[in-house]
Design a protein around this ligand. Structure first.
Ligand SMILES: [Zn+2]
Length: 99
């Protein structure tokens, strides 16, 4: 649990994050499987820390990348594209920030 350790070590609160989510992504059959956790710490932005279990092959990995929309990563083992779709409440929040 790299992200959990990272949060604990740095005493990161939700308000210290630009983005933090934990989802069940879709596999090729559009079924929810595996999981993906993404955190973007204000101090490190736009760096995103990503921990995942691939919904296709079950590989569990960790990587760091640049945060951008739409956000997706590729499984380091099978190359499957794991995307993190927007949630309705996130869209609302983003709209609020624009107004
Ligand atoms: Zn995979």
């Amino acid at each position: 649990m790299k992200i959990a350790e990272f949060i604990k070590k740095n005493h990161i609160k939700p308000s210290d994050c630009i983005y933090h989510t934990w989802r069940q992504p879709l596999n090729k059959k559009k079924e929810r499987a595996g999981n993906i956790r993404v955190i973007v710490w204000k101090k490190e932005a736009p760096k995103a820390r990503v921990e995942y279990t691939c919904p296709e092959c079950g590989f569990t990995g960790y990587l760091e990348t640049i945060w951008k929309r739409p956000f997706f990563i590729r499984c380091e083992k099978c190359g499957f594209r794991i995307s993190v779709p927007r949630m309705k409440d996130e869209i609302k929040r983003e709209r609020k920030q624009l107004n």
